[in-house]
Structures are given as structure tokens and as C-alpha cells.
Design a protein around this ligand. Structure first.
Ligand SMILES: C[S@@+](CC[C@H](N)C(=O)[O-])C[C@H]1O[C@@H](n2cnc3c(N)ncnc32)[C@H](O)[C@@H]1O
Length: 167
């Protein structure tokens, strides 16, 4: 298969992944969003204004006890349409190739994504939230309370990104 066919850009490299998995996951629900193509999605949760719905599967419903008391949640989800073998990547609109673990790209060995969302409303097993950037029907991995006291690191920086923004 050619580089173009598997969607590899100049500078990128793909690895052969191990032949077996080390663990399994349970999808605990689905995320409903207005976006059906990757190009339509916001690049990150901060860019996203749309209200999305997280639907938790029935067997996990009791796990939502007390969630309504949270203003913000950490949402972990599975980027089910992303390749998993791209170890060096040249993101669209970037001029450099970077390691997958220095990027927030959906393409990664374990395509786990996360966003901090604002919880607008919880009704039954459905949460209405703002701040997601994923395709409609993206599988849900987990929900956790967002603790500003321990999770926020306002002084944190990403060196390559700071450099990129310099004129
Ligand atoms: C840059 S990632 C960031 C994800 C998450 N906020 C994070 O930081 O881990 C967001 C992009 O992933 C792509 N994407 C969204 N849902 C996806 C899915 N289910 N499978 C593959 N790619 C997806 C879209 O192009 C979207 O703009």
C-alpha cells in the first residue's frame, strides 16, 4: 500500500504494533455530537461551543449517583476511527514532525482522548455537556469529576507549541 493510501504525510512513520493486547476495555456508553466527519469536529474542547449528549449504558447507570453535583467532568473516550500505528506525525497545518506522545492527535497506540467538559444537565442516563470535540457515536470510556484544585496547572507550557506561535 502506498503512503497516500494509508494517509501518511511526509516525515511521518508507522510502526508494526504488538500482535496481542495487554488489557481489554469496556465501552460504558456513547457520545452524540453534531459531527459526522473528522474535518467538521472542533480541534479541541475549548474550541467547541456545541451542546453534546453523553449516554451511559444502562448497566452503569448507578455509577452516575452524585455526578449531577459536579460543574465540570473529565470525559475519556475512544477515537474509534483513528489509526493506531503512527509514531511520528506531521499534523495538518503544522510544519514539523513530532512524536505521538508530544501531541494530542487522535491517532495513537491507544486512541484514548480526553476533554474537560461543562456539565449542563443530567437526566436519567443522559448528560448534556459542552466542550467535546469528537465524532458522533464515539465510544465512552469513563467519566470522572474535574477537581480544579488538583487538575488545573495554569503555569504549564508545551515548548514546541510556544515556539510555533512566536513570530
Ligand atoms: C486533536 S483530537 C483531541 C482529542 C481530545 N480533546 C484530547 O486532547 O485527547 C480531536 C480531533 O480528533 C478527531 N476525532 C474526533 N472524534 C474521532 C473519532 N471518534 N475517531 C477518530 N478521530 C476523531 C477530529 O479530527 C477532532 O478534531
Amino acid at each position: 500500500m502506498s503512503r497516500e493510501e494509508i494517509g501518511i504525510r511526509p516525515g511521518e512513520s508507522a510502526i508494526e504494533l504488538p500482535s496481542s493486547f495487554d488489557a481489554g476495555v469496556y465501552f460504558v456508553g456513547r457520545i452524540r455530537t453534531p459531527w459526522t466527519a473528522r474535518e467538521q469536529c472542533p480541534k479541541n474542547g475549548a474550541e467547541a461551543d456545541a451542546v453534546c449528549t453523553i449516554i451511559v449504558d444502562d448497566c452503569y447507570a448507578d455509577g452516575l449517583k452524585d455526578v449531577a453535583s459536579c460543574t465540570h467532568l473529565l470525559v475519556l473516550y475512544w477515537m474509534h476511527r483513528a489509526p493506531r500505528n503512527l509514531i511520528l506525525q506531521t499534523p495538518r497545518h503544522h510544519d514539523a514532525t513530532r512524536g505521538v506522545f508530544a501531541l494530542r492527535s487522535p491517532a495513537r497506540p491507544n486512541p484514548i482522548a480526553l476533554s474537560v467538559v461543562e456539565l449542563l444537565d443530567l437526566s436519567g442516563r443522559e448528560l448534556r455537556v459542552r466542550g467535546l470535540d469528537c465524532l458522533d457515536e464515539t465510544p465512552l470510556l469513563d467519566l470522572k469529576p474535574y477537581f480544579a484544585s488538583t487538575d488545573a496547572k495554569p503555569a504549564a507550557t508545551v515548548g514546541w507549541h510556544v515556539e510555533r506561535q512566536r513570530p
